[in-house]
Design a protein around this ligand. Structure first.
Ligand SMILES: O=C(O)CCC(=O)C(=O)O
Ligand SMILES: [Fe+2]
Length: 393
């Protein structure tokens, strides 16, 4: 492959399968925390490991390998590269970045190549957010399209900027690669994984454990607003503590109710099952939206109506309407998760929701089995790689 020597970069169209994009979106909407710039939310692999969601690194493994191979090949790297950083990054309304290079700080000099994978669509999921390169053509501007990937050198041959996001949320998977093996993120991730999985060996539990509250407080969304409750609100849910008051502001409470067992409600219906904490509730809700169409199909197949009486799944309590109204007003102002405010949740059904809850459990169990089956090889090679590839090659 020929490279333009002055501005080496390339657009890989349709590189990521669409179902992988959806899965990564599910992970980000379930686990994201405040990012490195205002208006940016991020989900790193080390954060997933630290919050008892190690199994959620599995969907990243294969695509990381494929991206690294492509970058090495395109830039004619003589020696193998290492992955310095892998993270899901979303840009909310108001976020932008002016002309810069990705190695523009002394502590970023190890970043030699960048891969940005687009997980949703400009013009549908968000407005604004076009990537521009300052010099040279091929390509000059990138309009984010689901599944496309842009790879470029992180130095001053590829000065670039991103237009302000004017609505919605722009989601990417971003990786940086280095020639310097001391910056390889894999050995650090494997050491963390090993510590955590050894510690939990005897009581395997897949319930996420939230990070500290300030990691979910997004100043640009409005003071005191929490990413987890904003995401739930965007889909029409509120969180209820056990005394059935709607959780609102936590600043004056000693123990953060977001870390305690919690229930969810829609309108005046409270779902009877309890969640271990707000992140657990958010993960199941996001899973339901990720798998919504499949749940509807399986419901038809097994005629769940005969098995489940939805009315047993919720109770109706006197929920303080005033607090709900306040929450919705704030949500609309923030324009967060805009795309879900459509017919999608008009057809909501607690029966389908409860099927999704069970499917979520099966899903995380499966990922956990893959994780446990991979760990000893990862430790031996000090690299995260997919074992299935080894078997088939
Ligand atoms: O998301 C993009 O298109 C580019 C992001 C970027 O420039 C960066 O994170 O440094
Ligand atoms: Fe950049």
């Amino acid at each position: 492959m020929e490279i333009a020597p002055d501005h080496p970069r390339r657009l890989l169209q349709g590189f990521l399968p669409l179902d992988l994009c959806k899965e990564l979106e599910f992970i980000h909407r379930s686990c994201g925390t405040v990012g490195y710039r205002p208006g940016v939310i991020s989900t790193t692999l080390s954060h997933l490991i630290a919050t008892n969601c190690s199994h959620l690194i599995i969907p990243f493994i294969h695509v990381r390998e494929r991206l690294k191979e492509n970058v090495e090949e395109f830039f004619n790297c003589e020696y193998e590269l290492v992955i310095e950083f892998t993270g899901l990054v979303s840009w909310c309304k108001g976020a932008s970045i002016g002309w810069h290079t990705d190695d523009n700080m002394p502590y970023l000099k190890q970043r030699h190549y960048t891969a940005v994978c687009y997980l949703n669509n400009h013009g549908i999921d968000f407005e604004g957010g076009i990537l521009h390169f300052k010099d040279g053509k091929q390509p000059e501007s990138i309009i984010p399209t689901t599944g496309d990937v842009v790879i470029y050198t992180a130095d001053d041959r590829n000065i670039h900027s991103v237009d302000e996001i004017t609505s919605g949320e722009r989601l990417t998977l971003t990786l940086w690669f280095s020639h310097d093996s001391s910056y390889d993120e894999d050995p650090k991730l494997i050491a963390r994984l090993d510590d955590i999985l050894t510690e939990h060996q005897n009581q395997v539990c897949h319930i996420p454990s939230p990070a500290s509250s300030n990691m979910y407080q997004c100043p640009h969304l409005g003071s005191g607003l929490d990413i987890r409750s904003m995401r739930l609100n965007a889909l029409g849910y509120n969180l209820c503590s056990f005394d059935h008051k709607v959780c609102h502001s936590f600043s004056d409470s000693l123990v953060d109710p977001m870390e305690k067992p919690i229930q969810i409600c829609r309108g005046n219906q409270i779902y009877n099952e309890k969640f271990a904490n707000s992140m657990h509730a958010l993960q199941v809700v996001q899973f339901y939206y990720w798998k919504a169409s499949q749940v509807k199909i399986s419901r038809k197949k097994i005629n769940v109506d005969d098995l489940i009486d939805s009315s047993l799944m919720f109770s109706t309590k006197n929920i303080d309407k005033k607090l709900l109204v306040q929450y919705y007003v704030k949500f609309k102002e923030s324009d967060f998760d805009r795309k879900f405010m459509d017919d999608e949740h008009e057809s909501f059904d607690w029966g389908e929701f409860s099927i999704a809850g069970r499917d979520w459990n099966d899903h995380v169990q499966k990922l956990h089995v893959i994780l446990m089956g991979s760990l000893s090889s990862w430790k031996t090679h000090q690299t995260l790689f997919s074992l299935e590839d080894v078997k088939t090659s």
